[in-house]
Design a protein around this ligand. Structure first.
Ligand SMILES: [Zn+2]
Length: 319
């Protein structure tokens, strides 16, 4: 059976998570994406679905029980603190906080990726994009950091392997920051190949040193432009992806490498995201029956984010 539909998984709970005035990882990011889908008419071409809540046992495919319990505990502490008239935020690190909606938001974010995985594996849809927040790729097995609490893409990859019985899953991370959390969780797991590029030296400072054989890390200097990135991808990612023959591809889709995004200093534009997505679709079509699940990571210039997600989705959905 051939299907040519793209799922769009999101939930209003993901909008309610919020970390204080002026924080770049803000609810308006999802509005910017929704606006572009509406203005362009692209939204009508997508199979829109509500993200369910992930179970903690699925979260624990990628995180320690201790981490999951400590985040749940922080959520309970926050509720007590608010009841006592205290602050409505609980800080996990200087950049990352919980509000009363965060627990549900993180379960929806993971739930989106897992439901998308189920729908793609069932052949109901060809591929999917999860418009969720908070992002996940800095979240390590045992700790939250850098706006991220649970690592939805790492959880999704493990879920595809453990619950759907796949043997080889690829993760592609094109966020401007190194996906140190995903590497922390999946380094040495030979069922997974992770390919990425990222600005270096830069937050979180990882990725450029020695690393496990299943990681293809491409550190690039600030101000690198899209054509150079494309060449690197062609030379370094594609042969590894071809040799690995993934049965499914997960994308940590961060759009903060866009030239207009002030949180990074790389020079990508919409057409680069479209090109990368096209190349990944080529691999997916050849080896993975077209299966791709993409999940939002960074992207903080609202206009550039909306336009870049549109470009990514146009290729995924073939419209
Ligand atoms: Zn980022």
């Amino acid at each position: 059976m051939t299907v040519n539909k793209t799922g769009y998984f999101t939930h209003s709970d993901c909008r309610k998570h919020e970390m204080g005035r002026g924080h770049p990882e803000c609810p308006e990011r999802l509005d910017a994406i929704e606006d572009r889908l509406l203005i362009s008419g692209l939204g009508d071409a997508l199979d829109r679905r509500e993200a369910p809540l992930a179970s903690t046992s699925d979260i624990e495919l990628a995180h320690s029980k201790m981490h999951v319990a400590s985040i749940r505990g922080l959520g309970d502490e926050l509720a007590d603190q608010i009841a006592a008239g205290g602050s409505t935020y609980e800080y996990i690190d200087p950049d990352t906080a919980m509000n009363p909606h965060t627990w549900n938001a993180i379960l929806r974010a993971s739930g989106a990726v897992l439901a998308a995985t189920d729908a793609v594996m069932a052949g109901e849809i060809q591929n999917a994009f999860c418009a969720v927040r908070p992002p996940g790729h800095h979240a390590c097995r045992d700790r939250a950091m850098g706006f991220c609490i649970f690592n939805q893409v790492a959880i999704g990859a493990r879920y595809a392997l453990e619950r759907h019985g796949l043997e080889r899953v690829a993760i592609v991370d094109f966020d401007v920051h190194h996906g140190n959390g995903t590497e922390d969780i999946l380094a040495g797991d030979e069922r997974v190949l992770m390919v990425s590029f990222f600005q270096h030296p830069f937050y979180p400072g990882t990725g450029a040193g020695p690393h496990a054989a299943n990681m293809v890390n491409l550190p690039v200097p600030a101000y690198t432009k899209g054509m150079v990135i494309r060449e690197l991808i062609e030379q370094e990612w594609m042969p590894r992806l071809e040799a690995f023959r993934p049965e499914m591809i997960f994308i940590s889709a961060g759009f903060d490498a866009h030239r207009e995004d002030d949180l990074g200093q790389l020079g990508l534009v919409e057409q680069d995201y479209a090109w990368i997505t096209t190349r990944l679709k080529d691999i997916a079509r050849k080896h993975a029956q077209g299966r791709i699940v993409s999940s939002l990571e960074g992207g903080y210039n609202l206009s550039a984010l909306g336009r870049s997600v549109e470009a990514h989705l146009r290729v995924l959905a073939d419209v």
